[in-house]
Each structure stands twice: as C-alpha cells, then as structure tokens.
Design a protein around this ligand. Structure first.
Ligand SMILES: C[S@@+](CC[C@H](N)C(=O)[O-])C[C@H]1O[C@@H](n2cnc3c(N)ncnc32)[C@H](O)[C@@H]1O
Length: 358
C-alpha cells in the first residue's frame, strides 16, 4: 500500500491509546486527571466511531466501547501487553507533568508530533488562552487529524463554549488563536516547512512531545526528524520521545490487526541502545522512564511482568541539546536519571516490585 493512502485509514493504534486512557480513568485512575479530560476523551472516541465509514471498523469499535471493562482489560493485556491501560494513563501523567513543569519554566511553544487523539494539546490551549504568546502545535495527518478537528469543534459547541476557528487551508487550521492543527505526514512532508509556515519561532522556549509515534516511522525518517529537531530547538528546550522495544512475546492477533490497518511497526529500539542512537546527534539524553517504571509508579501490579524482556515495552526519554558537542561522551542507560514522577498515592497499595533495566 502506498504510504499516501495510509492517511485515509483509521489509525487503530491512536484509537486504542485513547480507549485505554478512557477505561483507565473510568476504573482506577480518575483521580489523576481533571474530569474534563475524560469528557473530552469520550467525546473524541464517540466522534471517531460515528465518523467511521467502514462497517466492520464501526462495529468493532462499538463492541469495544460497550464490552464489560474486565473483559476489555483481559483482551488488551493478552493481545497487546499486560497493564496496557495503566501504561497509557501513566505515560499521559508523565507528559502532563512535563507540560506543567514547562509552563512554570516559561515555555511558550508546545509541539505534539503524531498527536493522535490525545487531549493534552487542547487542554493546554484552553487552560492558557489568556496567554497571548503561547502556541500549541498538533501534528498528525489524514483521517486522524480530520476526526480530531471535528471532535474538538463539536465538543466546544456541545458544551456551549465559544471556539474561534481559522481555517487557513486544508492543512492549516487554528483553534482559539493558539492551537495549530497542522497536516504533516512525517514520512513524506517537510516538518520544518510545516512549522515555519505556521509562525513557529525558533527563539522561543519549546517543548516537543513525540509520544507513541516512532514505532510507525522508518529509521532513516527518525534520523531526519532528529536533525530537524536539532535545528528547531535551543539549548534549554526539551523533547520527550518514546521508543518501542520488542520482546519475545509475539501477539499474532495484534500483528494481524496492525497489518490490516497498515500500521505495522517499522522501528524498535532496546532502551540500552537509545543513548547510542542519539550519540551522533547534537542531543543528550537527560531523563528516562522505562515501561516497567511507569507501571510501577502508577501502582499497576503488572509492573512485575515487565522486568525481563518477554513482553514488548515502550520507553520514554528526554532529549536536550548538547552543551559541549566537542566533549560528548558515550552514555549508559543506567546512568541517566529517571523522570521525577509524582503520582497521587490514593490507589497504591501492596506493590512489591523492583525494576530492572533492559
Ligand atoms: C499510537 S498513536 C499515538 C497518538 C498520541 N501521541 C497518543 O499517544 O495519544 C500514533 C500516532 O502517530 C501518527 N502518525 C503515524 N505515522 C505518522 C506520520 N507518518 N506522520 C504523522 N503522524 C503519524 C498516527 O496518525 C497516530 O495518531
């Protein structure tokens, strides 16, 4: 299938992340996010399902939405990986903490690469709409972007909120004067040009989030992306990026589903090789949060299942421009500090698990 045709397909992985976030919040983790996030997430989900023209997809999503949650947890745990929903909630929390920290530190530009159905760009836009200088860039493509825009606009009208919409072209829409929803296929289009055309200002403090994106891009494209980011980010700017690490466990069902939606993984990197991947760039890895650590911090008993290499993982890293490139040295994953990760302990009990690095 040509990659340009991919854009008209349902991005099943973005939908599964959204659904996992919803069922995570509706069960154990509601206290970790404001109730508006859950409302918006559910509205996006409903919009995606209603917009779906393929009857099989529509039916599958309807069933997923209505099946008892304990069955859904089992299905996610078996088909994808144990603790799937908890992991998605945990990573959103980690990213929310990075966003809050960035706001405190005077960051005024946020770039979400492969933003999918995440509610966080909209939340920043709404929470800081009195801040004239702040801009949030949502980069995605095709049907996912179309569905998201529809969901955001109908969410505002359903909740009697005023929403200022500027449709500058098919691929360039501004909501609320600060949320830039940009079409960019990171495999084919030029991210630098896309951002430049949308008034991205290299001199302003910026946070880039690439959450769950890299598995879907081929390695040379990821290297190009790193070069673009190097040029766009300044000394103190940060980029939070996740990488998938494959395990021995192979889920034929998940593989077939992803193949059918043309979303098979294109890139996988074991956490211990991540510093080497970044070694030749102008970035340092300043923080890490491994998959099992996220589960551990959020209090998921399934954390212990991820201490080895059996199940696939998704690991998170913060990148910062190297201050002294001439003295750049090889780093080891174990020497990189963990993200400071705070979780309201209300639901955490009896967790006895250590985390290993793999
Ligand atoms: C697993 S989803 C993650 C979505 C979101 N970041 C989250 O975690 O909630 C991956 C996202 O990357 C986007 N994506 C994949 N390939 C892309 C490409 N070539 N260009 C732009 N976006 C892409 C998909 O459309 C999808 O929204």
């Amino acid at each position: 299938m040509q990659s340009s045709n991919k854009k008209n397909l349902l991005r099943i992985t973005a939908f599964s992340v959204l659904h996992a976030f919803i069922i995570g919040l509706e069960t154990e983790y509601a206290h970790l996010f404001p109730p508006e996030d859950l409302l918006l997430a559910k509205h996006i989900e409903k919009t995606v399902i209603q917009a779906e023209e393929n009857y099989t997809n529509w039916a599958a999503m309807h069933i997923a939405q209505r099946a008892p949650y304990h069955l859904q947890f089992r299905l996610f745990d078996h088909v994808i990986s144990p603790g799937y929903a908890a992991h998605k909630v945990g990573r959103k929390l980690l990213i929310q903490q990075k966003i809050d920290e960035a706001i405190k530190n005077g960051v005024t530009q946020f770039v979400f690469l492969g933003s999918g159905y995440s509610v966080q760009p909209y939340r920043i836009s709404i929470d800081h709409d009195d801040h004239d200088d702040l801009k949030v860039y949502e980069i995605d493509y095709g049907l996912t972007r179309k569905n998201k825009i529809k969901a955001l606009t109908t969410f505002a009208s359903t909740n009697q909120m005023s929403l200022h919409i500027q449709q500058l072209s098919e691929s360039f829409l501004i909501l609320n004067n600060n949320l830039y929803c940009l079409e960019c296929n990171l495999e084919e289009d030029d991210l630098a040009e896309t951002l430049q055309a949308a008034d991205f200002d290299k001199t302003k403090k910026t946070l880039v989030i690439a959450e769950g994106l890299t598995p879907y891009l081929p390695l040379p494209k990821l290297q190009d992306l790193t070069i673009t980011l190097q040029d766009f980010l300044q000394e103190d700017d940060e980029c939070v990026i996740s990488f998938r690490q494959s395990g021995q466990y192979k889920s034929t069902i998940a593989d077939r589903i992803q193949y059918a939606y043309d979303e098979s993984y294109q890139c996988s990197l074991t956490s211990r090789y991540f510093p080497d991947f970044i070694l030749t760039s102008d970035f340092d890895v300043t923080q890490r949060m491994l998959h099992q650590d996220i589960l551990y911090h959020i209090g998921s008993p399934q954390a212990k299942l991820h201490t080895g290499n059996f199940y696939p993982k998704e690991n998170y890293f913060t990148l910062k421009k190297t201050q002294t490139p001439q003295f750049k040295q090889r780093m080891f994953i174990g020497d990189i500090p963990n993200f400071g990760f705070k979780v309201d302990k209300q639901n955490l009990e009896n967790i006895t698990v250590g985390c290993t690095i793999s």
